[in-house]
Design a protein around this ligand. Structure first.
Ligand code: SF4
Ligand code: SF4
Length: 308
């Protein structure tokens, strides 16, 4: 992103935030973008919430974004809006007895989902825990760095968005920029997010990440297959999170999330909770599963288990 574009994005977030504050205080005047702001800043400023857009309005926005991204990243970029599939509720399983703490899932996710390389943004964190203490998150270590893994005496617990059935993050958003879709995936409309970060404070799993700076995404590394609510490039000043790779998993050929594919030991399981023949249902029905912070009633659809 050029300095000019980054400046425009700042202008957009700030003006929308001021406008919102003005409305909250009952001040009638709306603060508009600067007169010389680019056409896309004006388009973005007046864009409605994604859920309120008509089909033609959506198509116009997707076409505008595809054009912008294709010019920026110098390749043909696709921005889809594939809806939730009928009769699907996605769920995830993680086999703690298999995970070796290699962090390939972390970097597979970065590549697939166009996360910022500089500064680094990771939607998945892998925690190192001592076998002696068990699942004691307060004594976990995220930044372990031994020569080889796994290390004697430790086990590893990857944590990412738990796609809660009762998500506290969506309830606190003052502008309804984040919500749960019918397939259970919790999404963010990056064009509607005002960057207040209330959702980050509300999430008990540290699963949301804020772009303090314009994401550093080298053109050569940009994944051009994107979803509007998922892995399309994010602007500075908005919150982002895991979406179970909706640009892959919502497609008719039903691809796995990138983290499932890249895991070298098969620790990650994924599928449709409503399908009794799915791998995830098999895990839930035949393994002793547990969810994180069950007492908070967030009802994660992310199940941890031990296969051996
Ligand atoms: S893990 Fe956090 S970000 Fe994900 S749905 Fe639950 S509360 Fe929201
Ligand atoms: S890729 Fe698999 S084994 Fe490696 S840290 Fe992630 S879940 Fe664990």
């Amino acid at each position: 992103m050029s300095d000019r574009e980054e400046h425009d994005e700042h202008v957009f977030r700030l003006t929308r935030r001021k406008a919102l504050k003005g409305l909250a205080l009952g001040i009638g005047t709306m603060v508009l973008p600067a007169k010389d702001a680019s056409a896309s800043v004006w388009d973005s400023f007046f864009q409605k919430n994604f859920r309120e857009l008509s089909r033609p309005e959506r198509q116009k926005i997707l076409a505008r974004l595809e054009k912008e991204y294709s010019a920026t990243y110098k390749k043909s970029v696709r921005v889809k809006d594939t809806p939730s599939p009928e009769g699907v509720l996605f769920g995830y399983g993680l086999d703690l007895s298999r995970c070796v703490g290699c962090r390939r899932c972390v970097y597979g996710c970065v590549t697939e989902n166009n996360q910022s390389r500089d500064p680094q943004v990771h939607w998945i964190k892998v925690l190192r825990l001592s076998k002696e203490r068990g699942v004691d998150l307060e004594h976990s270590e995220q930044y372990y760095n031994p020569a080889t893994v796994p290390q004697e005496g430790y086990f590893y617990m990857p944590v990412q968005c738990q796609q809660c059935e009762n998500p506290p993050c969506t309830k606190v958003c003052p502008v309804q920029a984040t919500w749960k879709e019918t397939d259970g995936i919790v999404v963010v409309d990056y064009n509607w997010c005002i960057g207040c970060r209330y959702c980050m404070a509300a999430c008990p799993y540290g699963a949301r990440h804020f772009n303090w700076k314009a994401p550093g995404l080298p053109a050569g590394e940009m994944n051009p297959e994107t979803h509007y609510l998922g892995n399309r490039p994010r602007p500075v000043g908005v919150v982002e999170k895991c979406t179970f790779c909706m640009q892959r998993t919502r497609e008719p050929d039903g691809k796995y999330p990138a983290c499932v594919e890249v895991c070298p030991v098969g620790a990650r399981k994924f599928g449709n909770l409503l399908d009794p023949t799915s791998e995830i249902r098999n895990v839930i029905e035949n393994k002793r599963v547990f969810i994180l912070k069950e007492d908070l009633n967030t009802q994660p659809k992310f199940y941890y288990f031990y296969s051996v």
